[in-house]
Design a binder for this molecule. Structure first.
Ligand SMILES: [Zn+2]
Length: 77
């Protein structure tokens, strides 16, 4: 079953963060991972030692309900 997210364009905004280059965490930027002393090409960065990071932030605005939403405790006002 396909999961769909319905967003109200009036209440939601999607922000794209530009792609940036980061050091591969899997291999620490070396491009190789040692398995029992055998060097293997890192599959996360394909041996380059670097990865591209892309993210997308969705902000949703909805009405605050006094007495209900302020009792949740995770809001700091
Ligand atoms: Zn890597």
């Amino acid at each position: 079953m396909e999961k769909t997210v319905k967003l109200d364009p009036k209440k939601s905004s999607v922000r794209y963060v530009p792609t940036r280059i980061a050091i591969c965490k899997e291999c620490g930027g070396k491009g190789v991972i040692y398995m029992d002393g055998v060097p293997l090409k890192c599959t996360s960065c394909n041996g380059s030692g670097r990865v591209k990071v892309t993210c997308q932030v969705i902000s949703t605005v909805s009405a605050f309900v006094p007495g209900k939403d302020d009792a949740e405790g995770d809001l700091t006002v």
